[in-house]
Design a protein around this ligand. Structure first.
Ligand code: GLV
Ligand code: GLV
Length: 321
């Protein structure tokens, strides 16, 4: 059986081509993901699928592949695009790429945090209008994150810890939810555990989301949670779009309750919310959290090493579930 890679991943792929027990087939149509039909056809007879976040790998795809399929190696830390139950029922191992992208995602989280609170993107948009301007002490005043602002990290995992490390350097007060918030390594980064999500939302000047998307976390941030957030506070999302009810978010920014939002991910990707798109207080990016040059190669490499391990009958390096 062959190994099916759903998108070209650059030079790093050549390193692994020789190590694969089977032929490598790479989907190529000018950078686009395979259509559903292309995916269903290309997986037929595959022993391994190396997938990206844009590929929905469900029972239908697994069945289209056939009984010889052994592993789905996702080139992402998130794996909400894969039906884990359907994979388990068919004895297909699923792997992801934790660890290698924590610093890159944390960097982008801080970029969004500063771009919203200090109005970086808004200022850039203004300059590009070519409007004449004279410096004013009252223009573009934003939240001073280094004056003891409180950052609330919702879902303190590896990425959240990398965000905390940066926030500590900014002198921010850091609170977090998640088991790890009670660990010594979190305490040494100045993280205090929040007693509940509600407490975190009520206390933080900036709320940053770092939890995975599951059935339980869909719309974790809805109208009620947004209303509980501190007036003038900011929401940052570099995790997964459906964690946030975007219409409810547009409502609370419209009403002036929230100071703004920084969104790298979107509820209905690749669609973005037309109301949020018109708001100066909102910064939106096209899901580029892990898009660092070194990081992208490390993600591809880890996915290939996972697939090769399983195909050789060895334990995968970073299995999911
Ligand atoms: C990207 O979104 C990832 O989950 O790695
Ligand atoms: C995963 O690595 C996370 O940060 O939650």
């Amino acid at each position: 059986g062959h190994v099916y890679l759903t998108r070209p991943l650059g030079d790093v792929v050549e390193q692994f081509r020789q190590q694969l027990p089977g032929e490598l087939r790479v989907h190529r149509t000018s950078g686009l993901p395979p259509t559903r039909q292309e995916l269903l056809e290309s997986v037929q007879g595959a022993e391994a699928i190396i997938s990206l976040v844009t590929d929905r790998i469900d029972a239908e795809v697994l069945d289209a592949a056939g009984d010889q399929l052994k592993v789905v190696a996702n080139v992402a830390v998130g794996y909400d695009n894969i039906d884990l139950d359907a994979a388990a029922e068919r004895n297909v191992i699923v792997t992801n790429t934790p660890g290698v992208l924590d610093e890159a995602v944390a960097d982008l989280t801080l970029a969004l945090l500063l771009a919203t609170t200090r109005r970086v993107a808004e200022g850039d948009r203004f300059i590009r209008t070519g409007t004449e301007w004279i410096w004013s002490p009252e223009s573009y005043v934003g939240l001073d994150v280094s004056a003891g602002a409180t950052l609330g990290i919702l879902g303190l995992g590896r990425i959240g810890m990398a965000v905390a490390k940066r926030a500590q350097a900014f002198g921010m007060t850091i609170i977090a939810t998640g088991r790890r918030a009670h660990h010594d390594d979190a305490r040494s980064l100045g993280v205090s555990p929040a007693s509940s999500i509600d407490e975190l939302l009520e206390t933080a000047d900036i709320v940053s989301l770092h939890c995975p998307l599951t059935e339980d976390t869909k719309h974790l941030i809805g109208a009620e949670q947004l209303a509980a957030m501190k007036p003038g506070s900011y929401l940052i999302n570099t995790a997964r779009g459906p964690l946030v009810d975007e219409e409810a978010l547009a409502d609370v920014i419209d009403s002036g309750h929230l100071g703004g939002a920084g969104l790298d991910v979107h509820e209905f990707e690749p669609a973005t919310n037309p109301r949020l798109r018109t708001m100066e207080q909102v910064v939106m990016l096209p899901h580029i959290g892990s898009a660092g040059d070194v990081t992208r190669d490390e993600m591809a490499s880890l996915a290939f090493r996972n697939a090769i391990a399983v195909l050789n009958g060895e334990q995968p390096i970073t299995p999911v579930g």
